[in-house]
Design a protein around this ligand. Structure first.
Ligand code: ARG
Length: 295
C-alpha cells in the first residue's frame, strides 16, 4: 500500500496556495449550519441537544487538559459527509478521523464525543467554545491559521475532479466555463470560486452543496458538469458508481490535513505528541488500511 501519512516529525507546513479559478458562485442548498448538535459518537446528526453541561469553555484558547480530564470527555466537531474520513454508518459516525480521535481520547483517558455539523460551521463552533477540536479532513490554509491552531499534518490529499464517464472534460482547464459542484466552505469551494483571485482557470458557475454525495448525484444526473472534492472522497464516490462517474488523473491542488484547535490551546502540543506516537506504533497505518483499499 502506498503510504499517505506524512512524517509528522517533518511537518513543516508548506503554505497552501489558494490558486483558484474565476467564476460566479451560487448557493445550491440552504441547509446551513445545523447548529451545535452535540451528540455521542454513536448518535445521529439531528438530535438537537441542548446539553450545555458539555460545552467547552468559551475562553478563546479552549479548555485545558485538566478541565477536559475532569469532565471525562473531549468534544470533537466534524462534518460527517466525508467518507472515508467521517461518515455515517447507520447511527454511528465512523471513519479515519474518528478512529484517530478515539485513539487520542484513549490516550488522554477520556471519552470521545462527536458533534456533527455543517463543514463551514466547524471553525465558528470551535471558536465559540462548543468543541475542543476539529477533525474533519481539514486542510491547512493560511486563512484558517488566522482562526485556529493546526496540529502537525497527518494526511496528504488533493482536490480531485469527478465527471461523467463519457464527459469531454479531461483536464483542469476543461473546467473553464463549466458548472462545477463543491462542498460549501471547503478548499475546493475557495478554489473554484477564486476567492483570492489567483486562479489559472475560470469555472463558469459554482454550485455549493452541503454533502459531497449530493453533488456527485447531480454529476450523474447531468445537472452539473463536474464536482471538485478531496481525492479520497472522490475515490469512494466513484467506487459506488463506477459505470457513471470517474475521477480525472489530474488534480487541482496539493493539501495537507491536520486537526484544528482553538488558537493558543495547550492541547496542540499534546495532540502532536500523541499523533507522533500513533504513527511510530503503526496505529495510523492500521487505521488507514481499515478505510482505504490498497493500491
Ligand atoms: N479538505 C477540504 C477542506 O479542508 C474539505 C474538507 C471537508 N471535510 C468534511 N468533513 N466535510 O476544506
Amino acid at each position: 500500500m502506498k503510504k499517505r501519512f506524512l512524517a509528522l516529525a517533518l511537518a513543516a507546513m508548506t503554505a497552501f496556495s489558494m490558486a483558484a479559478c474565476g467564476s460566479s458562485a451560487s448557493s445550491e442548498t440552504s441547509s446551513d449550519a445545523a447548529a451545535d448538535t452535540s451528540t455521542d459518537a454513536s448518535a445521529s446528526t439531528d438530535t438537537a441537544s441542548s446539553d450545555t453541561s458539555t460545552d467547552a469553555s468559551a475562553s478563546s484558547s479552549g479548555r485545558t487538559l485538566d478541565e477536559i480530564k475532569a469532565d471525562g470527555k473531549i468534544i470533537m466537531v466534524t462534518n460527517a459527509e466525508f467518507e472515508p474520513f467521517e461518515y455515517k454508518d447507520g447511527d454511528d459516525i465512523v471513519g479515519i478521523d474518528v478512529d484517530i480521535a478515539k485513539a487520542i481520547a484513549d490516550e488522554l483517558g477520556v471519552e470521545l464525543e462527536i458533534s456533527d455539523i455543517a463543514f463551514a460551521s466547524c471553525i465558528p463552533a470551535l471558536q465559540a467554545g462548543k468543541a475542543d477540536f476539529i477533525a474533519a479532513g481539514m486542510s491547512i490554509t493560511e486563512e484558517r491559521k488566522k482562526n485556529v491552531d493546526f496540529t502537525d499534518n497527518y494526511f496528504n490529499a488533493s482536490q480531485a475532479i469527478i465527471v461523467p464517464v463519457d464527459s469531454d472534460i479531461a483536464s483542469r482547464t476543461d473546467l473553464n466555463g463549466k458548472t462545477v459542484g463543491v462542498q460549501t466552505g471547503t478548499t475546493g469551494d475557495s478554489y473554484c470560486t477564486n476567492e483570492d483571485g489567483s486562479s489559472d482557470i475560470s469555472v463558469g458557475e459554482v454550485k455549493r452543496y452541503e454533502k459531497a454525495v449530493d453533488a456527485a448525484q447531480d454529476v450523474i444526473s447531468g445537472r452539473i458538469d463536474a464536482e471538485v472534492i478531496d481525492n479520497f472522497v472522490a475515490d469512494k464516490l466513484v467506487e459506488k458508481n463506477p459505470d457513471k462517474i470517474k475521477k480525472l488523473d489530474e488534480a487541482l491542488t496539493e493539501e495537507q490535513y491536520a486537526m484544528a484547535l482553538p488558537k493558543g490551546s495547550e492541547l496542540t502540543a499534546k495532540f502532536n505528541e500523541i499523533l507522533k506516537s500513533l504513527q511510530d506504533s503503526g496505529k495510523l497505518d492500521e487505521i488507514e488500511s481499515k478505510y482505504l483499499s490498497a493500491e
